[in-house]
Structure formats: structure tokens, C-alpha cells
Design a protein around this ligand. Structure first.
Ligand code: M6R
Length: 601
């Protein structure tokens, strides 16, 4: 949700900032802007819409002398996504960029307006720069004014501020939104809200903690906590950027669907042994005395949690509950003794999930993160983490991250269930795990079939995705994928639930995507689909079996294990959404109104 970058050095500042923003654009693309300061003064540029508009606007501008710069790509929270509301926000002689939400901005704005300050934008962010300049007039020490400013802010923020009053510094502060500082061998300083913006530039980095703030200037990072300077722990930054290229695919989402087979193999490496599972991250005592598991997540990760709950109850015979993080954090939850609290997050920065995790940490629960981003806030907060190893996921619609979450959760369920399962059942699961990389390989034939079929699903008044057991959360995920990128209305339901209300909507213009695995409740599902067909629903069945009532059939392979069917159907659903959205002419990787990483609540 929004991306911020900063730079201090004598490189081509505009290019460095823009290239950092390019890496972060998928996190928010309503508008973008940069502000740079060097001996020639301050320059700033803003543009509404995607980064390409800002690139066009700055095409003639060069900035290759020593200086500092900040940049931002925005996902609008306060105020329309137009140029005025784009960051950086300007005071009289300072600029600010900000991720997060300043909750008390109305009150601060009112205070400043009474003192004669006028505001240009509708954003919460603008208050920061005016407040800073107000304090700077009183204190005349810019850094002290910055400290006073952040002391007045309530909410979540990662802030970068530059000011003519301190021309060689970037001031920064972090509370609840990620911020990373890095340096290279030439003592240039790079700042980003994610390490993706620093890869290939900084050599060593420090991941700031909440409450940290400070200033950077050439070759130096000064970090403070409550007025005391601290020495930041610097760690090497991975330098490979190759994995973030489209490599001939039309969209990152498509590439990420195709990558699933190999990232799933990666996620198993060293963890799937010949006859059992081994997680080096988890000690035996960590999994002992667990009487209940609470899963907590948002969006697609929540769907992984829902499916996982079936697996853990069935395989490990442990009671489970599944919580949507935004609900959990405010419900004064009762967390019983012996709870293992598992948060699931691709980004590791989802604000609601992070807060839910912090809430769980205040109880007696053990906490475990299933996460794709090492060093993310969630990883740093949880007691233990299982990384999902999906590699960077750029498509806003999550695909390979979901696949690897499911795989890791399934393996963990097996690890916890090794005492409760029969040896035959355990061995069957181990065998099935080995088949998943093959089950998720995209066959040209299936992809072409889905591409052809997709033209029949561009209209109508909505979609139902239905399934039973673990295929019910998969149906929810199929519906979410479709609505995110096609903007068509889609809902997921348990097949058996249709007759309790939703069936009233059924007619020939209601498209029903039916997950009909052969291994799991096939006959029950079939009856439910027959009920829909009798009411003239348009049926698209995803199944290994012939089914005469289907208007369209997408065949999956016959297999013995439900999880093999699960993973294969997952790929079919992803491709179906992708192809429908492409036919509708949508930007699949950056769908409207969304952003990759939701760092505000
Ligand atoms: O990074 P997280 O897994 O915590 O993100 C949670 C959701 O915001 C995310 O899954 C969202 O629903 C995706 N856009 C789904 O495609």
C-alpha cells in the first residue's frame, strides 16, 4: 500500500528514485511523485495515474550531482487519486512522503489552520510538512522540529522529509509501516518501504523497528529511539533482481501461475524427506502441548487458513478456529491456554494481520508466521516463521503465494499429525506431496481450452463458485481471484449451502463454476450441481469425470489424493480469472482500487 523511496548521493537521483518506485508500483498506482534537492535547489514532479505518467513528465530532467531525493507511489486513502493529492506534499520549503494513516490529522490540521496555515490537498499527509515547518519556526533546529512533529502524530506511518532548512539530510520515522535503510560501497544511502526498491543498489540494510526515527546524510545513518541514538544492525541485502522480470509472459500474474510448479518444489526442499517432514525452523518443544490452533489472516491468505483448518482437524486431530484479522484484532478475543496462533501472510506487512499477531503475543499463545517475505514485520514479530519461498510475487492477485502457503500448511499438518495418523495415511500424504509440482504444471492444452472458454463468461449477472470440504475455501479463492481482476461479481459458497438461499439468484445468466473432485464427496456435489442445472444455471464443471449436465467442462486428471486435485483445480481457477480479465482488457497486474500490500487497516 503506497511505496516510498529515498536517496542520498551523487548518482542520477531521478533515475534512482524512479527505478525504486518501479519496483514498488504494484503496491499502489493511483499517482506518483518525486522531490529532489541539490545545489540548484528543490525540484519536484507529480503525476496522477501510473508511474509511466511521471516518467514522461520528468523525461527531460537530469539530476546527476550530489543531492538528496524522495519519491512515492500512492494508493489513495484520504482524498481522490489526483495530482494535488499525490506525494510529495509541499510546505513552504520542505517536502514529505508518507505511507500509512495519520489518525489525528483533522485535529492537527485544525490547530494549524487557526495559526493561518492553508492546505492544498485532501490528504492526511500534508499535515506533517506544515507541522514540521511550524515547529521549525519555533525551534530553529530542523531535526528537533522533526522530533516534535512525529511526537504529535497518531496512527501508522513511514515518513521521509526533506527541507531546505537542512539541505543534506533526509529525515525519517517509522511507526507501524515498514521502512528500510541501506548503503552501498560508495556511501550512498538508499531508503525504501520494501527491500525490493533497494535490490541491486544497497549492499547492506537495516530494517527499522516501530518508534525509530532519525536522519541520513552522505554515508551516515543516525537512528534514534526516544531521543537516544542507537547503532543499527546492518545485514547484507540479496542482490538478485532477475526474479522480478516478466520473461515473455503477458502479465506477472501469468508468469507467477506458471512458476508455481517450481516454487512448490522449492518450498519442499529440505523439508520433505524420504519418509517424513522436517522443519528446521521448528523445535519439537514448539509443537508440544498444543490443544488448539487459531489461524488468522486476510484475503487469499485467509482462504489458505480456511483450507488448512480442514487439514489440521483431519490429519492432526486438533481443534481449530479461523479468524479474519481485521475482525480478530478488535473483538477482545479469548485465546485459550495451549493455543498455537498461526498468521498467514504473503507480504508480511498486512496491518490487520500484524496487529492480530501482536495481540496474540500478549497472551500465552505460541505464535507462528507462514510468510513469503523474510525480514518483514510479521516475520520479525512472530516467535517462529516458516517461509513459503514463493519468490517475489508482483501480481496484485495472489497465486503462487497461496499455492506455497497451502503446501507449507499441509506439511505442517502432517508434522503435527504424525502421531495421530495411521502410517498408511501418512505415507499416502508424503507420496501425494511429491506429485504436487507435476499437478501444478500448466498444460498448454488446458490453458488453451480455458482461453477459448473464457469468451463465454464476460457478461451475465454474476458468478457462483461452489465446492465442498477443502474445495469450499478454494471456491472462495476462485471467486476472489475473478472479482479482483475482472471486476465481475463473484461469490464462493459451500455446494450444500446453495439451497439455503443463494439458489434464488440462479438463472441462465448466473455462471456457476463447480469444483467436482472425484476424491472428495463427488456424489454429494453432483446432486447439488444437478439442483442448479434444473434451475437453468450455466454450469462450468471442473472435474476429472464426464458430466452431461455441464455447459462447459474443464477436465482435471484422475488422481488418488484430494490435495492433488486441490492444487490442479487451483491452477484452473487462476487461469480462468486471468483469461476472462485479459479478454475484458483489464490491467491484470494492477487492478483498479487495489494494492499489493495492505499496510493500512
Ligand atoms: O500479504 P497478505 O497475504 O497478508 O495479504 C492479504 C490480502 O491482502 C491478499 O491476500 C489479497 O486478498 C490479495 N490481493 C488476493 O489476491
Amino acid at each position: 500500500m503506497c511505496g516510498i523511496v529515498g536517496y542520498v548521493g551523487e548518482g542520477e537521483k531521478k533515475e534512482i528514485l524512479l527505478s525504486g518506485l518501479r519496483e514498488l508500483e504494484y503496491r499502489g498506482y493511483d499517482s506518483a511523485g518525486i522531490a529532489l534537492m541539490d545545489q540548484a535547489g528543490i525540484h519536484h514532479f507529480k503525476a496522477a495515474g501510473k508511474l509511466s505518467y511521471l516518467e514522461a513528465k520528468t523525461a527531460e530532467f537530469t539530476s546527476a550531482s550530489f543531492g538528496i531525493g524522495i519519491g512515492h507511489t500512492r494508493w489513495a486513502t484520504h482524498g481522490k487519486p489526483n495530482e494535488i493529492n499525490a506525494h510529495p506534499h509541499l510546505g513552504k520549503y520542505s517536502f514529505v512522503v508518507h505511507n500509512g494513516i495519520i489518525e489525528n490529522y483533522q485535529e492537527l490540521k485544525g490547530r494549524l489552520q487557526k495559526k493561518g496555515v492553508s492546505f492544498l490537498s485532501q490528504t492526511d499527509t500534508e499535515v506533517i510538512v506544515h507541522l514540521f515547518e511550524y515547529y521549525n519556526e519555533i525551534h530553529t533546529d530542523p531535526f528537533c522540529a522533526f522530533e516534535k512533529t512525529i511526537g504529535d502524530l497518531q496512527g501508522a506511518y513511514a515518513i521521509l522529509l526533506i527541507t531546505k532548512a537542512s539541505p543534506n539530510h533526509i529525515f525519517f520515522a517509522k511507526e507501524g509501516s515498514p521502512l528500510i535503510l541501506g548503503t552501498d560501497a560508495q556511501n550512498h544511502v538508499y531508503i525504501g518501504s520494501s527491500d525490493a526498491a533497494l535490490i541491486g543498489k544497497a549492499h547492506t540494510v537495516t530494517y527499522l523497528e516501530d518508534g525509530q526515527y532519525g536522519r541520513v546524510y552522505k554515508g551516515a545513518l543516525e537512528i534514534f529511539v526516544q531521543g537516544k541514538q542507537i547503532l543499527p544492525p546492518m545485514v547484507p541485502l540479496q542482490r538478485n533482481t532477475l526474479y522480478a522480470q516478466k520473461e515473455g509472459y503477458r502479465f506477472f500474474m501469468e508468469k507467477e501461475i506458471y512458476e508455481q510448479s517450481s516454487v512448490l518444489s522449492n518450498a519442499m526442499l529440505g523439508r520433505l524427506r524420504e519418509k517424513d517432514i522436517f522443519f528446521e525452523e521448528i523445535t519439537p518443544s514448539f509443537l508440544s502441548h498444543i490443544s488448539h490452533i487459531t489461524f488468522c489472516a486476510c484475503g487469499t491468505s485467509y482462504h489458505a487458513a480456511l483450507s488448512a483448518a480442514y487439514l489440521f482437524e483431519r490429519l492432526a486431530q486438533v481443534s481449530t478456529s479461523v479468524e479474519i484479522a481485521s475482525e480478530f484484532r478488535y473483538k477482545k478475543p479469548y485465546i485459550q491456554e495451549g493455543t498455537l496462533f498461526i498468521v498467514i501472510s504473503q507480504s508480511g506487512e498486512t496491518a490487520d494481520t500484524l496487529e492480530a499477531l501482536k495481540r496474540a503475543k500478549r497472551s500465552t499463545a505460541k505464535t507462528l508466521a507462514i510468510c513469503n517475505v523474510d525480514n518483514s514485520s510479521i516475520v520479525r514479530t512472530a516467535d517462529t516463521t516458516l517461509l513459503t519461498r514463493a519468490g517475489i510475487e508482483k501480481g496484485v492477485a495472489s497465486t503462487k503465494a497461496f499455492a506455497t502457503q497451502m503446501l507449507v500448511l499441509w506439511m505442517l499438518a502432517l508434522e503435527m499429525g504424525k502421531e495421530t495418523m495411521t502410517s498408511t495415511e501418512y505415507a499416502e500424504n508424503i507420496r501425494a506431496l511429491r506429485k504436487i509440482p507435476t499437478a501444478t504444471q500448466v498444460s498448454t492444452e488446458t490453458h488453451e481450452r480455458i482461453q477459448r472458454l473464457s469468451k463465454r463468461y464476460l457478461h451475465g449477472h454474476g458468478f457462483f463458485f461452489i465446492g465442498r470440504d477443502i474445495f469450499y475455501p478454494l471456491a472462495l479463492e476462485g471467486a476472489l481471484k475473478l472479482k479482483e481482476i475482472s471486476y465481475l461479481h463473484a461469490e464462493g459458497y459451500p455446494s450444500g449451502e446453495m439451497k439455503h438461499g443463494p439458489i434464488a439468484l440462479v438463472d441462465s445468466e448466473l455462471f456457476t463454476i463447480c469444483l467436482m473432485p472425484k476424491t472428495t464427496l463427488y456424489e454429494k456435489n453432483r446432486s447439488n450441481v444437478e439442483e442448479l442445472s434444473a434451475r437453468d444455471a450455466t454450469i462450468c464443471a471442473i472435474t476429472p469425470e464426464p458430466f452431461s449436465l455441464a455447459d462447459d467442462l474443464i477436465y482435471t486428471k484422475h488422481t488418488e489424493h484430494p490435495m492433488c486435485e486441490f492444487f490442479e483445480m487451483m491452477v484452473v481457477l487462476q487461469l480462468l480469472s486471468l483469461e476472462i480479465a485479459i479478454r475484458l482488457g483489464n490491467d491484470v497486474d494492477m487492478p483498479r482500487n487495489l494494492a499489493k500490500s495492505v499496510t493500512v487497516e
